[in-house]
Design a binder for this molecule. Structure first.
Ligand SMILES: *[C@@H]1O[C@H](CO)[C@@H](O)[C@H](O)[C@H]1NC(C)=O
Ligand SMILES: *[C@@H]1O[C@H](CO)[C@@H](O)[C@H](O)[C@H]1NC(C)=O
Ligand SMILES: *[C@@H]1O[C@H](CO)[C@@H](O)[C@H](O)[C@H]1NC(C)=O
Ligand SMILES: *[C@@H]1O[C@H](CO)[C@@H](O)[C@H](O)[C@H]1NC(C)=O
Ligand SMILES: *[C@@H]1O[C@H](CO)[C@@H](O)[C@H](O)[C@H]1NC(C)=O
Ligand SMILES: *[C@@H]1O[C@H](CO)[C@@H](O)[C@H](O)[C@H]1NC(C)=O
Ligand SMILES: *[C@@H]1O[C@H](CO)[C@@H](O)[C@H](O)[C@H]1NC(C)=O
Length: 409
């Protein structure tokens, strides 16, 4: 249709006697051609399952992280909460009484292209004889559970297993000899919060220069997905130079944020640079997952939070206060530095897109580890979880983004 209009315009241009008028018409025709050309280039659609290496890389063809949420109850959710064998009670919002399930029905629509459909079989084929490891905090565990649920339905019961041993949790698809793992280290470097169960210590201490104790468990993986953010979100951290085994011999110093975050990420980056086999391992870093603790940021009532929210924020470009731009800049610069030294860590920029989803947290609809006191029950805002995400939900989309990179590279 566009081509037909074009021909008509050009014909009109030649048909007009006055040369000035024809010049104007010709200019219009050129503009139309240019806009059609640009539109075609922007409508690049990812073909599902392509594995070829693209010259420019994904991000230069389309910014997957800039877009909007579209209500789509035809193709979403990608799996059913109760059908996921390894669902976590922390994230099973429907099971714990949430009635409004609209949070399950939103699709992420990048402005310039479409996300490919998630195909569990295609991913498992790609992971054959491989280890995919998520390393980080409970948000990364949230994403790991989502990933396990996404592939779960494609694997018969007899061909999968789950092993939880201390800091490492291993889901295995035996037919593929493929594992999807989660390794708990909320600050990436060593800290006194490294115990996978008892990590809620009031006085947090971190060894910013030490990572090998953890890294030994994942350095040889084929795909590594890191995150670390929330555990750093305080004014300063107590840093230990020395070991946790003989803490009295160490030197302690309080270091402010974001400097201490930068120190830890530099330790992490140096480890990768020296130890990771760049011919083998694909590296990713999940940007900050934003929290929704302050309703007045999105026009709600001051003092309230994500509790009872049922709709995403619609205003495009909305930025709340549940993420830290200066910490994002630290990640950006550490990854940029690594790149100049030949190591590519792809950032999966989920911060903005998740910021819209104030309604997608468990709030009170999850298993709580502590018993909830009577006076708290009368004030649900008080014990709402506005940090993690219900499943099925937002982390499925993070994994869809990840999937896009894993299969395209
Ligand atoms: C993340 O994506 C958002 C939305 O496209 C963008 O505004 C922001 O600058 C990105 N951040 C980084 C560090 O790339
Ligand atoms: C999807 O949502 C529309 C509008 O809310 C509703 O009319 C329709 O019944 C829903 N379809 C399914 C399959 O739930
Ligand atoms: C999913 O991927 C598998 C393996 O690549 C392929 O055989 C199958 O047709 C794909 N399914 C869909 C719905 O595209
Ligand atoms: C199974 O996968 C592991 C990596 O996770 C690999 O080391 C091993 O060689 C694989 N086994 C076979 C039989 O290919
Ligand atoms: C759990 O991990 C520890 C330390 O890595 C190891 O010694 C032990 O054999 C593992 N246990 C099981 C049941 O896999
Ligand atoms: C990576 O591949 C390059 C080129 O194929 C090769 O020269 C190099 O030795 C490989 N490095 C490792 C660590 O395998
Ligand atoms: C929740 O209530 C308890 C007991 O009343 C109080 O100690 C605590 O500070 C409150 N927490 C929040 C997040 O409001």
């Amino acid at each position: 249709m566009a081509k037909k209009q074009l021909v008509m315009l050009v014909t009109a241009a030649w048909g007009i006697r006055s040369s000035f008028q024809s010049l104007v018409a010709l200019l219009i025709a050129i503009l139309v051609i240019a806009s059609i050309y640009l539109r075609q280039n922007n409508e690049q659609v990812f073909e599902y399952g392509t594995t070829h290496k693209s010259s420019g890389g994904l991000s230069s063809r389309c910014n997957l992280f800039s877009g909007k949420w579209v209500y789509d109850n035809k193709s979403y959710p990608l799996y059913k909460e109760r059908e996921c064998t390894f669902m976590s009670d922390q994230l099973a919002c429907e099971k714990f009484g949430r009635m409004d399930l609209n949070y399950q029905f939103w699709r992420w629509q990048p402005h310039q292209c479409d996300l490919p459909r998630f195909n569990a079989t295609a991913l498992l084929e790609r992971l054959r004889n491989k280890r995919l490891v998520f390393v980080g905090d409970s948000l990364n565990r949230n994403q790991w559970v989502s990933m396990v649920c996404l592939v779960d339905s494609a694997i018969p019961l007899a061909f999968k297993s789950m092993d939880n041993n201390g800091s490492i949790n291993i889901f295995k698809a035996t037919e593929y000899n493929a594992t999807i793992e989660f390794y708990w280290s909320p600050l990436l470097v060593e800290s006194n919060s490294d115990d996978p169960v008892n990590h809620r210590v009031p006085d947090r201490v971190v060894r910013v220069q030490a990572i090998e104790k953890h890294a030994g468990h994942w350095t040889d993986a084929d795909i590594l997905i890191f995150n670390t953010y929330l555990w750093w979100r305080r004014r300063q951290m107590k840093v230990l130079w020395g070991s946790f085994e003989s803490p009295d011999d160490g030197i302690y110093k309080a270091v402010k944020l974001p400097r201490v975050y930068e120190m830890a990420l530099q330790t992490w980056a140096q480890w990768l640079e020296v130890h990771v086999n760049r011919n083998k391992t694909q590296l990713f870093f999940m940007s900050m997952s934003p929290t929704h603790q302050k309703a007045d940021k999105w026009g709600g009532i001051k003092g309230e939070n994500c509790y009872s929210e049922t709709q995403p924020v619609i205003k495009e470009g909305y930025v709340g206060d549940g993420a830290s731009p200066r910490m994002m800049r630290v990640v950006d610069s550490v990854l940029g530095e690594l790149k100049t030294r030949g190591l590519n860590v792809q950032m999966i920029n989920i911060t903005q897109l998740s910021d819209y989803r104030k309604e997608a947290h468990p709030s009170i609809y999850r298993k709580h580890w502590e018993t909830i006191a009577e006076e708290q029950l009368s004030n649900p805002q008080n014990y709402s979880d506005c940090i993690h995400w219900c499943l099925p939900g937002v982390p499925d989309v993070w994994n869809q983004l990840l999937y896009t990179y894993i299969l395209q590279l």
